[in-house]
Write a protein that binds this ligand. Structure first.
Ligand code: SF4
Length: 67
């Protein structure tokens, strides 16, 4: 019933996650890239939204990247 960019999407954990990086395509579509996917194959690069539960979630500014 609701299209992309709806309230449903804004409720996604990824929107508040320190590991998410927003990607905007040439056509203006917005994708949420999960940077955890680069080091942990359990996480998809572009998780299906909205993500309501995620074991990899960290608060903004909390991400710890070592190497
Ligand atoms: S770690 Fe989880 S909440 Fe964070 S961006 Fe990836 S999928 Fe989203």
């Amino acid at each position: 019933m609701q299209g992309p960019g709806s309230d449903e999407d804004r409720r996604s954990l990824c929107e508040r996650c320190g590991r998410m990086r927003p990607i905007v395509s040439g056509r203006g579509s917005r994708f949420l890239l999960c940077q955890l996917s680069q080091s942990d194959p359990r996480f998809p690069k572009y998780p299906h939204q909205p993500v309501l539960r995620c074991s990899g979630f960290v608060g903004p500014g909390e991400r710890s990247e070592s190497g």
